[in-house]
Design a protein around this ligand. Structure first.
Ligand code: SF4
Ligand code: F3S
Ligand code: FES
Length: 237
């Protein structure tokens, strides 16, 4: 089948503003949009810029806005679309070139939640033991591939007045450590999250959960963080 891809183009060295360019690609219905983008780059315009690596929903690098909804180009089959597909860079972030965005602010926010295990004891000779049910508590959050689709889709992050909100991706990672039985820093973590640009910045708008390609219950996890913060204050009396 013939598919048209209307792609947002922008080269800061040449263009004052982004513009759209339409390419036609002969594709198999079972091809992925990422295959079409690669074909355009290899056969029609080698200057087309986008990120990709694994091609299989693992690396999180090909997040983009596809017909208005953020997702991974490697997870979208051509057969799901009618004749023309609109492809744009992730919103919220500045465009570096075409579909490549600057994710520095995304990773700064991610780092702000201390995305690593904090312990108060010396490492044991072997691994730190955890029961399967303790692992279950945060297992879904481990699926996160940091594709940024959730943060790019969150209306709070999209609003200039509230763009400092840490965002759902960072909160998923915060959840992952806050609910890990091996972590000893819940007090410190709660302090990092208990403010308007932290967990309370979330207004339960669900867009993050709707777009997450790994089907992580993002909104539910943010709700559990809020509950944990509330309970910690309540128990302080
Ligand atoms: Fe991507 Fe989902 Fe992780 Fe957000 S929570 S960064 S949408 S994998
Ligand atoms: Fe945004 Fe998701 Fe909360 S869309 S407001 S982070 S539920
Ligand atoms: Fe790695 Fe799509 S290319 S997730």
């Amino acid at each position: 089948m013939l598919i048209k891809l209307k792609i947002s183009r922008f080269d800061p060295e040449k263009d004052k503003e982004p513009y759209y360019q339409t390419f036609e690609v002969e594709a198999d219905p079972m091809d992925r949009l990422l295959d079409c983008l690669n074909r355009i780059r290899w056969e029609q315009d080698s200057t087309l810029s986008f990120r990709m690596s694994c091609g299989h929903g693992v690396c999180g690098s090909d997040g983009m806005r596809i017909n208005g909804i953020c997702g991974l180009a490697c997870q979208k089959l051509v057969r799901s679309f009618k004749e023309e597909v609109l492809i744009e860079p992730l919103p919220v972030f500045n465009v570096v070139k075409d579909l490549v965005v600057d994710l520095e602010s995304f990773f700064e926010k991610y780092q702000s939640v201390k995305p690593y295990l904090i312990t108060q004891t010396y490492p044991p000779d072997q691994e730190r033991i955890q029961l399967p049910e303790q692992h279950q508590a945060f297992e879904e959050a481990i699926r996160c591939i940091l594709c940024a689709c959730c943060t790019a889709s969150c209306p709070v992050n999209q609003n200039k007045e509230t763009e400092e909100y840490v965002g759902p991706a960072a909160l998923v990672r915060a959840f992952r450590y806050l609910f890990d039985s091996r972590d000893d820093a819940s007090g410190e973590r709660i302090g990092l999250l208990d403010h308007q640009d932290g967990a309370w910045g979330c207004r339960t708008l669900w867009k993050c959960t709707e777009v997450c390609p790994k089907e992580i219950p993002v909104t539910k996890q943010i709700g559990q963080i809020k509950k944990r913060i509330y309970e910690s204050k309540h128990s302080e009396g």
